[in-house]
Design a protein around this ligand. Structure first.
Ligand code: ATP
Length: 723
């Protein structure tokens, strides 16, 4: 492409050559044509020739129309806040409460307002009379008439006087008429109207005169509600704030009169705040902005808790979304938690446990995860763990194992009401109790993997526990939720630390598929308190305020700090506010629901009732010691032998389950032949075809061979003896 400067250069050369004299005479047009036709692209053989990397303009248009359409990001047709019934309901409730408050406020003060107006009525009356007289006398024209007098302009003055006379006559007439009408009306009301109408009329006149007599600096009616002065976010404010961050690329651009930020969408309302979106200058990343969040808040003149710069995961790293809330996130009123007062939970489905900056519910599905919670002390880690355990408690099927290694009793509301296993404190007794439970959990994990493997594919298509499978009590695949606060106490234990670590790692890795959920909270997230085998395999992460990059990445996952997911930016007052990285989802900032100890007790009591009703309360909550229940509560093989006498070599499964149900209805009630087959599989026993003569015909059904049971028992006992 020819550059416009080329002409200038050419002309200069030309002049220089001429100045040197003796130069050849050159045909300029020819030379120019020759120069322009010189190939400059890579096809030139000369290896030293420069290569043009930018295509000539016509071809450098980037992806075509279709390509751009394919990569386009569509904005939602209906905004998210309009799609959420809960959000709409919350907003409507707020508006209703606002007006109810305003009406109540003024209704209570109405007598005061009336008294004030009455007191002001004489002033108002005087003003009214004075104003009317001035109007009648056309006082507004006086300055003009006086000016005409000063100029001694007789013609003009005469014209103005004539106009004034006419006007005064007309206005006097109107006033006299109004006076008569007014007096007549007053007389009529006095003579004819009922007392109430008289009272209303007099009050109206007095109040109107009072209103006329009010003073500008003393309003009669005060404001019922001081609305927060959340100023509108404008592009100027955003640019001012970005310019104040001390990022040289932005400052330089702004010094040159450019914006230093390219808005890609209009600034819009988004929930209770404003959202600005755009591209930072080349080389500046969103993490640079997040790092300077405090300065940004200063530049925006907003409290820190209102200012939330975010990266967009599938955009380039310079694409900033800035959400500026009307209120500080930790002060903004949160919607009421639906589960606080009523309701139960299906752990296999998402459950709301907190709200994001925009006040929208954030949900978590507790099944199929292993989670870690990390934070510096006093930021709300224990409260968050307790909240998640309360959610688990509200699914009556879930078996809870709760460990409060800090020993302050924060988990007692859950533990005492519903936990199958519960201990508080780091004394030897609690450690031994926890160790026995962890060992039992490992056995349970193994049993579960076997049961799952033995299940037919159509019942268990994904080789993991489903809600339907968890419902089948006979399979024993109900959710188990293990919550440990201050888990470093276990992993750093001088004698059993290694074993705890091994079992916990196993539970974290294989537990989720078998319905075992482990939630570990620690205030010191480092490799010792949160072994890497665990932190690397946890699929859910909750990180409240931490102090440095290492802790941040330990809890949230490798490189999260670099990607701008920084729990270090939370302020000291941001209690309960954390980054949540769910299964496969991007990090979100969440303020968890605040449930204090009495609230937790009330919810746990509700959970206990639901369990009692379903007959699912067990272990610690029932006051049972672990020894009594650590072994299997029943021995299936022995029970089968008990109901199948030696005389019956082969029995139909349906007969066996019927007899078993009679023997122990609480265990075998509801078993069907399939459940029996599944329960026998882990023992290496499969059902066989058993033919029986019914009404003279042979009927074949699945059944068991008694000899298989006796052999399995002999084998098991032999092994046990050998062990
Ligand atoms: N979601 C929340 N919203 C508001 N405040 C909260 C929230 N969660 C916790 N807090 C407040 O933070 C305080 C500390 O909470 P918590 O005891 O859970 O901290 P912690 O991190 O477990 O502390 P420690 O490390 O000492 O055990 C609580 O007393 C509570 O008042």
């Amino acid at each position: 492409m020819k550059h416009p400067d080329d002409d200038e250069l050419f002309n200069r050369l030309e002049a220089e050559m001429a100045a040197e004299g003796g130069a050849d005479v050159v045909d300029l047009d020819k030379a120019r044509a020759a120069r322009e036709s010189t190939p400059t692209g890579p096809e030139v053989d000369d290896p030293t020739a420069p290569v043009m990397v930018d295509q000539p303009t016509p071809t450098a248009t980037g992806p075509g129309y279709l390509g751009r359409l394919a990569a386009a990001r569509r904005r939602p047709v209906v905004p998210i806040w309009l799609r959420s019934v809960a959000e709409l309901r919350t907003a409507s409730a707020w508006v209703a409460r606002h007006y109810a408050h305003t009406i109540g406020y003024h209704a209570l003060r109405a007598p005061v307002y009336a008294a004030r107006l009455t007191l002001q009525a004489p002033t108002g009356a005087a003003r009214f009379v004075g104003g009317t007289m001035r109007w009648m006398a056309d006082r507004e024209g006086e300055p003009v008439r006086l000016a005409a007098v000063r100029r001694e302009d007789a013609a003009e003055y005469l014209k103005l006087s004539r106009q004034r006379d006419g006007r005064v006559r007309l206005r006097t007439l109107v006033t006299v008429l109004a006076l008569f009408v007014g007096l007549a009306t007053a007389l009529a009301i006095y003579v004819l109207a009922p007392a109430w109408l008289q009272a209303v009329s007099v009050s109206a006149v007095v109040l109107a005169l009072g209103a006329a007599g009010r003073r500008a600096d003393e309003p009669v009616i005060h404001r019922a509600v001081e609305l927060p002065k959340a100023t509108k976010l404008t592009s100027d404010i955003v640019l001012r704030a970005l310019g104040s961050l001390g990022i040289s690329a932005i400052s330089q651009a702004q010094a040159k009169g450019r914006d230093g930020f390219e808005f890609t969408a209009p600034i819009t309302r988004d929930g209770p705040g404003w959202r600005a979106e755009g591209n930072l200058p080349y080389g500046v990343t969103v993490t640079d902005i997040i790092e300077r969040r405090e300065r940004l808040a200063s530049g925006l003149r907003r409290p820190l808790g209102c200012v939330w710069p975010e990266a967009v995961p599938d955009e380039h790293t310079g694409h900033l979304v800035l959400w500026v809330g009307d209120q500080d996130m930790n002060k903004a009123k949160k919607p009421a938690w639906p589960l606080a007062k009523s309701g139960t939970v299906d752990l296999f489905k998402p459950v709301a446990y907190g709200t994001d900056q925009r006040g929208r519910w954030v949900e978590v599905t507790l099944m199929y995860i292993a989670g870690v919670i990390g934070a510096i002390p006093r930021m709300g880690k224990t409260f968050l763990l307790r909240l998640l355990l309360l959610i688990a408690a509200l699914d009556p099927r879930a078996e809870l194992h709760t460990y409060d290694m800090k020993g302050t009793g924060d988990l007692d509301p859950v533990g005492n009401a519903v936990s199958h296993r519960h201990a508080a404190g780091d004394d030897d007794e609690s450690i031994a109790y926890a160790l026995a439970d962890f060992r039992a959990l490992r056995e349970e994990l193994r049993r579960r993997t076997k049961v799952i493997r033995s299940l037919p594919r159509d019942i268990c298509p994904e080789s993991k526990v489903t809600s339907a499978l968890a419902d089948k009590r006979s399979l024993g695949l109900h959710p188990i939720v293990v919550g440990v606060d201050e888990c470093q106490v276990l992993f750093e234990h001088p004698d059993h630390g290694k074993e705890f670590e091994e079992i916990a790692t196993d539970l974290v890795k294989r537990g989720p598929a078998t319905g075992i959920v482990v939630l570990l909270a620690t205030q010191r997230p480092d490799a010792k308190s949160l072994p890497t085998g665990i932190s690397a395999n946890a699929s859910a992460r909750w990180c409240l305020k931490v102090m440095g990059q290492t802790e941040n990445d330990m809890v949230l996952g490798t490189s999260q700090y670099k990607r701008g997911v920084r729990a270090t930016m939370f302020a000291w007052g941001d209690k309960g506010i954390h980054y949540f990285v769910g299964e496969g989802a991007d990090a979100r900032i969440v303020a968890s629901v605040y449930v204090d100890a009495p609230g937790a007790e009330a919810i746990a009591a509700r959970a206990r009732k639901a369990r009692e009703k379903a007959g699912l309360l067990s272990g610690y909550a029932l006051g049972e010691a672990p020894e009594e229940v650590t072994g299997p509560a029943y021995d299936l093989l022995a029970d089968i032998l008990a109901v199948v006498p030696a005389a019956e070599a082969k029995v139909w499964s349906e007969t066996v389950v019927a007899r078993l149900a009679e023997l122990r209805p609480e265990v075998y009630g509801g078993w069907d032949p399939d459940a029996l087959a599944a329960a026998l599989k882990p023992h290496g026993i499969s059902t066989v075809q058993v033919g029986r003569r019914v009404d003279g015909k042979v009927v074949n059904r699945r059944g068991i061979t008694r000899a298989h049971i006796t052999t399995a028992i002999a084998e098991r006992d032999g092994n046990r003896d050998a062990g």
